[in-house]
Design a binder for this molecule. Structure first.
Ligand SMILES: *[C@@H]1O[C@H](CO)[C@@H](O)[C@H](O)[C@H]1NC(C)=O
Ligand SMILES: *[C@@H]1O[C@H](CO)[C@@H](O)[C@H](O)[C@H]1NC(C)=O
Length: 184
């Protein structure tokens, strides 16, 4: 089974950042809210939900697991499809508790490129109540909207109109200053 779709996006920090520093700095990364407004909870079919989304999971993306419930969930990784499907959680790794009302962010490591990420809640009964999600991890996008290191950045001047105004005013002020300088 191959699923590439997860939830809503923007941008953020990470849990497994050590593995990823280089990859993330060179590539675009996206924040994906697992389950969208539903968050990370029981009784919601994440695998059906994500097939209905048009979002790809890539190396360097961050998955945000938001706990909407008054009890603790966890997020953990299981290594294979069979454990995932049968909710055999003895071999689960990176088990991170998510206390009520909080969230946990997981960054997709480069080691998962081309593989499937299997994430579950390890609280007894939750995985079998559908609190699990899996998806194929695609390669990071090769390029970035960020300028390359050392490139000149426009700073607070957001666009050409701003830049023109800036040049205009700077020129005007210099001309006025020159007038006073000459007359003084
Ligand atoms: C996750 O929680 C932090 C602090 O509790 C909050 O600032 C942040 O907005 C939350 N992230 C999301 C995507 O809800
Ligand atoms: C990024 O790559 C895409 C397709 O490979 C290309 O169309 C786009 O111009 C590139 N953007 C930058 C900023 O290099």
């Amino acid at each position: 089974m191959s699923i590439e779709m997860w939830g809503a996006r923007s941008s953020s920090t990470s849990l497994l950042v050590a593995v990823l520093l280089v990859a993330v700095s060179l590539a675009e990364s996206t924040e994906i809210i697992v389950g969208g407004t539903k968050g990370w909870t029981t009784g919601f079919d994440y695998d059906s939900w994500l097939t209905s989304q048009n979002i790809q999971v890539r190396v360097g993306d961050t998955l945000v697991f938001k706990n909407p419930d008054p009890l603790t969930h966890t997020v953990a990784i299981v290594g294979d499809a069979d454990s995932y499907q049968r909710c055999v959680l003895g071999g689960a790794t990176q088990i991170t508790p998510i206390p009520a009302g909080t969230n946990v962010t997981v960054t997709i490591p480069a080691t998962l490129e081309g593989k499937t990420l299997y994430a579950v809640c390890t609280i007894p009964g939750h995985c079998t109540d559908m609190q699990k999600i899996h998806g194929t991890v695609l390669a990071a996008l090769a390029n970035s909207t960020a300028p390359p290191p050392g490139a000149m950045t426009p700073g607070p001047l957001a666009n050409d109109a701003d830049l023109n105004r800036y040049i205009c005013w700077t020129t005007a002020i210099l001309l006025i200053a020159a007038c006073f300088w000459n007359s003084g």
